[in-house]
Design a protein. Structure first.
Length: 532
């Protein structure tokens, strides 16, 4: 590294440039140089003054530290992947009571009096309790929590405690500097970045020929890359935290670009939607991510490009992500929510995210917002220097935007506002079942629906398949399945079994193909609202 790089700002800028060069190299020499220099960044940081290192805290750069209040899931991941590197950030704790509430559940009876006596602070008590153990205070805490069987309970306690952590990255393979998913060969970018396609919808419907499911081991490795890429940036997402290593699909889109799509583990799937996260890779480098909710023939999703790669081909990549989802599930509609456009998201608002989606063919669902967008577009055509102000962008970001493909029908659209309505229908069904507990009611509904759709017994189904059946059964019960045809009952049996299958993609595809189920649920939601 150049010896004249001696300030935090220059180090940060140099690191960002190298990350971009590694992801989009113009030559093999550039790729090798960028990787080598990034590999030495931790050493370079160690040579700098302490004041410079402190300015780079939370940068995600090797040799620095990350301070953040991670969720239980990411904390558990760190405990396994970064031994000795993560500690409780005690100076950041103003009130120990939330942490004390967590610790009280790991006490043995003999320790109660001392813990509550006030003779020792919370930190002093932890130091005493782990005095004979190796590792950090964080690792000791996680060992206590993971020893206990009721993980969901301790997850809630840990998240409520909001424990501040400090992750000393050192030369971690999960720092921004080194976090790469290994692949054979490097693709050069001699011709630069690609613009958005001229015919976006035509490109989206062009089949992706090369989509493969990774073996579980490789899927777990790529999941590590995904979680780390967010953790190093003070982010995390449900789609990665609860992803299924045995359901990771990678689409090879050429020029070194790959889009990885992650299914959820069976225990964490949603009742109706199929929720999947995605990670965009360039030469194995994670450059962006997003999540999606696949529901019938629509996909609610959005894209986030990491700061280091904002000067790349974001519009082109987003079209490719939509193309991958179209190839996977056969969707005909994409939905972008207000948050993606800037509502409650100042970063997206200031970047003009609305126009990013608009130029790709997304249109507001509200007629008055479509008219406002046309007015703004006219002003920009008349004056090349005109830009929508933040107030106008805020208005434009106030409602969903849709991109519809050829053949999409309005009757295939399931308004997300109907998800709470569907949940209300399910609650009504469960309430009428009359069980003393919700679990008992759910079992009664499941038995009743099994009989009505021709499932003789669930005993031959796996535990996950039975869980999936119980999750959807209340929705089915609200639709009077006893009146369905034999063919429809057969189709819904397959759908309910697929919900808890090894891979949820099969469920998403079946859901997209079941138009009659969509129409029945739509009608029930509409009737519910009319009855209110």
């Amino acid at each position: 590294m150049s010896s004249n790089v001696k300030t935090a700002t220059r180090l940060r800028r140099r690191h960002s440039d190298l990350c971009f060069e590694r992801a989009f190299p113009r030559s093999k020499r550039d790729a090798r140089k960028a990787s080598d220099e990034l590999g030495d960044f931790a050493l370079e940081i160690s040579r700098q003054q302490a004041s410079i290192s402190s300015e780079l805290i939370d940068s995600g750069i090797a040799g620095t530290a990350i301070r953040y209040r991670f969720s239980f899931e990411v904390a558990k991941w760190l405990a396994g992947k970064a031994p000795g590197a993560v500690s409780i950030d005690w100076p950041e704790i103003d009130d120990t009571e939330p942490l004390d509430s967590l610790l009280r559940h790991v006490l043995l009876p003999a320790e109660d009096e001392y813990f509550d006596s006030g003779y020792a602070s919370t930190r002093e008590w932890v130091d005493t309790a782990r005095s004979g153990c190796g590792g950090t205070d964080f690792e000791w805490l996680m060992a206590q929590l993971q020893e206990r069987r009721c993980e969901s309970f301790y997850r809630q306690l840990f998240d409520a405690a909001d424990v501040p952590l400090i992750w000393n990255l050192g030369n971690s393979p999960y720092s921004k500097s080194r976090n790469v998913f290994g692949r054979q060969g490097i693709c050069m970018r001699k011709d630069g970045m690609r613009p958005r396609p001229h015919h976006v919808k035509k490109e989206i419907t062009r089949p992706v020929e090369n989509i493969s499911k990774l073996p579980p081991g490789r899927g777990a490795d790529l999941l590590d890359v995904a979680i780390a890429s967010l953790a190093a940036r003070h982010r995390e997402t449900y789609h990665f935290n609860f992803a299924n290593p045995d359901e990771v699909y990678v689409a090879d889109l050429g020029n070194g670009i790959g889009v990885a799509v992650f299914g959820l583990s069976p225990a964490y799937r949603f009742p109706l939607e199929c929720t999947m996260g995605f990670l965009i890779l360039s030469n194995g480098v994670p450059i962006g991510y997003g999540g999606s909710s696949v529901l019938f023939k629509q996909v609610n999703t959005g894209i986030n490009i990491f700061d280091e790669y904002r000067g790349s081909e974001a519009a082109y990549l987003w079209v490719q992500v939509m193309r991958v989802y179209h190839s996977l599930v056969g969707c005909t509609r994409y939905v972008a929510n207000p948050y993606q456009l800037g509502s409650g998201n100042r970063e997206a608002l200031r970047s003009g995210a609305f126009w990013f989606y608009y130029r790709l063919g997304y249109r507001s669902v509200k007629p008055n917002m479509r008219r406002l967008a046309l007015d703004e577009q006219t002003k920009m055509k008349r004056d090349s220097g005109y830009r929508s102000d933040l107030r106008t962008l805020g208005k434009l970001a106030s409602c969903d935007m849709h991109l519809t493909l050829p053949g999409a029908k309005q009757t295939e659209f399931f308004d997300e506002d109907w998800l709470p309505t569907s949940s209300g229908l399910a609650t009504t069904v469960l309430g009428r079942a009359g069980g003393k507990t919700r679990r008992a009611s759910a079992s009664r509904v499941a038995r009743d629906i099994a009989g009505k759709i021709g499932v003789e017994s669930l005993q031959s189904w796996t535990p996950n398949e039975q869980r999936g059946f119980r999750a959807i059964a209340p929705f089915v019960a609200a639709l009077q399945p006893e009146d369905w045809t034999t063919q429809q009952k057969r189709a819904v049996r397959r759908l309910l079994k697929a919900k808890g299958g090894r891979r949820e993609l099969a469920y998403a595809r079946l859901l997209a193909a079941n138009d009659w189920f969509l129409q029945a649920l739509r009608a029930a939601c509409i009737a519910w609202h009319k009855a209110l």
